[in-house]
Design a protein around this ligand. Structure first.
Ligand code: C2O
Length: 456
């Protein structure tokens, strides 16, 4: 019976194949374009393929789909309940056991941005490679003291270092599941919450360091790894900007006697003469065999060329639209995107991933990345570059959907109080009380991708 019907509809379809395809394609295009989420688009495409053989079914489907696409979607929200339901997660098959305490003791307050005094200059997060002399010594000392104090806090304190890298792990390994679901895991990576969530994460980390140091002016600095070009010294001083190449691993994180050190890194990070390779291929890294010899065979000029090319392409050609740069839309009801290829924006997918792999060790896996303190100046640069991207073209805009703006997350602040914050609270560094020292981006912004690749 089934066979017979199948044959009949095949005959019918073949008899009018132009109309068949036209209706199918129109339906697919129309529904795909009128729906906002990737998941919906796929669903509609499949329904269309099944139904476009009959005009009546097609009409019914149009109406149904219209109704469905008008159902309000909603942003991801992390709540008390989400914490209560936290469970073991995993990343790339590697298990992760990092749930924070299941019950949040005490109140959850709504995040409010700091009250700023308009006559006081903003705090400046500086480029690490431009610190020198007394300023460098003072800063290094403070930073190391901050981490010493943070590491000394007991694990029962949510501001302790262990609890801070632990919470990143929970947000990165599908340990949290969407409220009311039993299988829709959550990840703040591979999608459009990547930039704002990490800005908030670094923000609270910095606040905690300030509190421990009893210094509200203390700022993290940034590892300006994208800056490939050292310009003339005189020029460097003219506007307070940093015009020195930031290609090398920041030395203050490499003193084995200090709390900013992490022994579990690849040998690349310990070599003061080895430039950061933004096109580093993480797939060549093997946990049991250790780091590949690559890119030993590249010259400095070749690495610089590749870095400039990669930055230029990901920020200015491949990353020229909101979704391309910011990452895939991700809402309540959507499954977690697995694997960077399935929805990470251009910065997250390329230079960000390369650098996690390049530093290696703890930084290699999302589960443990912030166990290496260099995670924080590294991510401070990523967030600075989010602002650089916004300034590079009219099409470079943040998403405007309330599903992004009202995405809601929880993190503990410097007083160990749980804060509920939304994406819209973390759109402007200035509103949060800090700014970034200017650094050279011309070498990759104006890079000519057709220029010849340097010879070895
Ligand atoms: Cu949450 Cu660079 O990762």
């Amino acid at each position: 019976m089934a066979n017979k019907l199948g044959n009949q509809s095949n005959v019918k379809a073949q008899g009018n194949s132009t109309g068949y395809w036209a209706r199918g394609i129109t339906c697919t295009l129309w529904l795909t374009m009128s729906s906002e989420s990737f998941g919906e688009q796929i669903l509609y495409q499949q329904l269309c393929t099944m139904a476009f053989r009959s005009p009546m079914v097609l009409l019914g489907l149009f109406l149904l789909c219209r109704m469905l696409s008008n159902v309000q979607s909603a942003p991801i929200k992390i709540t008390r309940e989400t914490f209560r339901e936290c469970r073991r997660g995993q990343w790339a098959g590697i298990p992760a056991d990092c749930c924070p305490p299941k019950t949040i003791d005490g109140p959850i307050i709504d995040f409010s941005p700091p009250k700023l005094n308009p006559s006081k200059p903003l705090r400046v997060r500086k480029a690490l490679q431009c610190l020198s002399g007394k300023e460098l010594r003072t800063y290094t000392k403070k930073l190391q003291k901050g981490y010493r104090l943070m590491r000394a806090l007991p694990d029962t304190d949510p501001r302790s270092y262990a609890r801070q890298y632990g919470i990143h792990c929970a947000y990165a390994t599908g340990s949290f599941i969407q409220d009311g679901s039993n299988n829709l895991t959550i990840d703040v990576h591979v999608g459009w919450y990547f930039h704002p969530w990490h800005r908030a994460y670094v923000y609270f980390h910095e606040k905690i360091l300030q509190k421990l140091l009893n210094d509200t002016e203390f700022s993290l600095h940034y590892w300006n790894y994208d800056n490939t070009n050292s310009l003339d010294k005189n020029e460097a001083l003219h506007d307070g900007g940093c015009y020195k190449s930031g290609l090398y691993f920041p030395p203050m994180y490499n003193d084995p006697t200090k709390a900013t050190f992490q022994w579990n890194r690849s040998e690349r990070a310990f070599d003061p003469k080895r430039p950061a390779d933004l096109a580093f291929d993480g797939t060549r890294y093997n946990i049991s065999l250790g780091p590949p010899s690559f890119p030993d065979n590249l010259t400095l000029a070749q690495i610089i060329w590749r870095n400039n090319e990669l930055m230029h392409r990901t920020f200015l050609t491949w990353g020229n639209s909101t979704i391309a740069f910011m990452g895939k839309e991700y809402r309540e009801g959507d499954p977690q995107a697995l694997g960077i290829a399935n929805g990470a924006g251009m910065q997250e997918k390329y230079s960000h991933t390369s650098m996690h792999c390049y530093v290696g060790g703890k930084m290699f896996e999302p589960k443990s990345a912030p166990e290496d303190p260099v995670f924080f100046p590294f991510h401070a640069n990523l967030e600075r570059l989010w602002d650089v991207w916004l300034s590079l073209g009219d099409d470079h805009r943040n998403p405007t959907s309330s599903d992004w703006l009202d995405g809601e997350f929880l993190l503990w602040d410097e007083n160990a109080v749980m804060n509920r914050f939304r994406v819209r609270d973390f759109l402007s560094a200035e509103a949060l009380g800090y700014t970034y020292q200017k650094a050279n981006v011309d070498s990759w912004v104006n890079f000519d991708t057709s220029s010849p690749y340097p010879e070895s």
